[in-house]
Design a protein around this ligand. Structure first.
Ligand code: PLP
Length: 479
């Protein structure tokens, strides 16, 4: 072969016909897979280590037929997993996986335009900027606000900490302290560490009986730190904790942060999009006073994993925290209404995430999302009422959003024995494989939780969950 190849000499260039064949071949696998999601086990990872090791392979020198590759992915690798896209996934915080976004991502990757800098694709960058504007609108942020799409909530929380640090403290920031409740997501601690803070600078504020941050303790902790020479930097409130879906008193936290000139951040990665509903808006009153907010479209907007967002009330603050130039870069936009995503975020080259949110919202309008989120709130409430009727069941946390936390109790049993009993209970529910639930520790007590967030979860699956829960409860309580 010569050094200069014509297009049909390199398999790296697919012809139109070949592209269509490849997509068709993938579709032949994708469609039956998606159709069978409801009947697939809710989780099945037994033998996962053996499977993983059996898939180790050297760098292939030559290609193999597409049928073989798809068979490996769909028949061997895929089945052993949590069925995160299925209706029975009620664990952790469920993701989504609307297929409109899968198509958008195909388009985004196929056109492969560059949206990291505005000048490289002004129109496409604007579509993504529109998504950010919509999110700011949902949050109640005004015209000076800004933000960007991230890979997820963890990275968005990281950028929020960096923005707070760079705007409020100088390079000498090690006296800066960060406050969050004992229910906050662990990505905040990780974010603080990655942003250069010693782990000890993150102050854990205790929570009340419904798992909301205690504002009296928050105020006391800030006062004590000021006295001892620290620089209280940032308060992180949760709008939907992972454990129980608890929403902190955002208005009160906002007032405390303002009083001390601190950055007020709201981690609404899970709960934020409930603001599309009447009940969610009520629960999150005060969020519009935040300096920054994290929303995860790959949770509450049901798009596939890989899209989170950070919104900042003062867009200029976000830019101050991130803008770094270089001689080989094209000119950046100076107009307030045009955005270079590389100037407000850690990334330069990046996927065109915006299309994956923009396209489904344009195709469907926001209403189907709103209705589905309302349904999730109803389902969690319904599950809670049903759980109350199970003998020996204690509701540990009523739904504030779409999480309900519960455990079995038995008179006279100590904590350790009860924890064992509830772990056994959880295992029995999950072993039926209709639903997959997870547990957590709340004040040292092992607690089971249901989190309803998948757009594919409806009443029928919750009824199945209740049947499995009643059977498992009866079995472990010996009833
Ligand atoms: C899921 C979640 C995160 C982390 O988001 P990722 O998208 O998984 O990185 C942070 N905070 C809360 C409250 C969450 O629910």
């Amino acid at each position: 072969m010569t050094a200069t190849m014509s297009p049909d000499e390199t398999p790296l260039e697919l012809s139109g016909v070949e592209l269509r064949q490849l997509v068709d071949a993938a579709m032949e696998r994708i469609i039956p897979h998606v159709d069978s999601l409801p009947s697939q086990p809710a989780a099945d990872v037994a033998g996962g280590a053996e499977l993983a090791r059996s898939l180790v392979e050297p760098l292939p020198e030559h290609g193999v037929p597409v049928s073989e590759v798809l068979e490996l992915v769909f028949e061997r690798a895929l089945p052993k997993s949590f069925n995160t896209a299925g209706p029975g996934y009620l664990a952790y915080i469920p993701g989504g996986g609307i297929l409109h976004t899968a198509v958008a991502e195909l388009i985004a990757a196929a056109v492969n335009r560059y949206v990291g800098v505005w000048i490289a694709a002004p129109g496409l960058a604007q579509l993504e900027a529109n998504v950010i504007r919509w999110f700011c609108g949902i949050t109640g942020f005004g015209s000076g606000s800004s933000g960007f799409l991230t890979s997820g909530g963890s990275l968005a929380n990281f950028s929020a900490v960096v923005a707070a640090r760079r705007n409020l403290l100088g390079d000498d920031f090690l006296s800066g302290t960060i406050y969050a409740s004992d229910q906050v997501h662990h990505s905040i601690l990780k974010a603080a560490m990655l942003a250069g803070f010693p782990a000890g600078n993150v102050r854990e504020v205790s929570s009340d009986r419904v798992f909301r941050m205690r504002c009296d303790e928050l105020a006391a902790a800030i006062a004590a730190d000021k006295k001892s020479g620290h620089s209280p930097l940032m308060v992180v409130a949760s709008a939907g904790t992972t454990n129980t879906g608890a929403v902190d008193d955002l208005q009160e936290v906002a007032a405390i942060a303002r009083r001390h000139g601190m950055w007020f951040h709201v981690d609404a990665a899970y709960g934020g999009f409930f603001m599309l509903t009447e009940r969610g808006r009520r629960a999150m009153r005060g969020i519009e006073q935040a300096d920054s907010v994290v929303l995860d479209p790959h949770k509450g907007l049901f798009v596939p994993y890989g899209t989170g967002s950070l919104l900042v009330r003062d867009g200029a603050a976000l830019k101050r925290a991130h803008a770094v130039g270089a001689d080989y870069m094209p000119p950046m936009q100076q107009d307030e209404d045009l955005i270079d995503f590389c100037q407000v975020s850690p990334e330069l080259s990046r996927p065109f995430r915006g299309l994956g949110v923009w396209l489904p919202i344009k195709l469907l309008g926001i209403n189907p999302f709103r209705r589905s989120l309302d349904e999730k709130l109803d389902l969690a409430q319904w599950a809670c009422e049903q759980l109350k009727q199970v003998d020996g069941m204690e509701i540990v946390a009523e739904p504030q959003l779409s999480v309900v936390a519960f455990r079995l109790t038995r008179p006279g049993m100590d904590t350790e024995a009860l924890n064992r009993l509830n772990r056994d209970f959880l295992d029995r529910v999950n072993s039926r494989k209709h639903v997959y639930l997870t547990g957590t520790l709340l004040s040292g007590q092992f607690t089971v939780r249901i989190c309803v967030l998948s757009f594919r979860t409806h009443r029928d699956r919750l009824e199945q969950a209740m049947e499995d829960i009643r059977a498992a409860a009866a079995a472990v309580l010996g009833g």
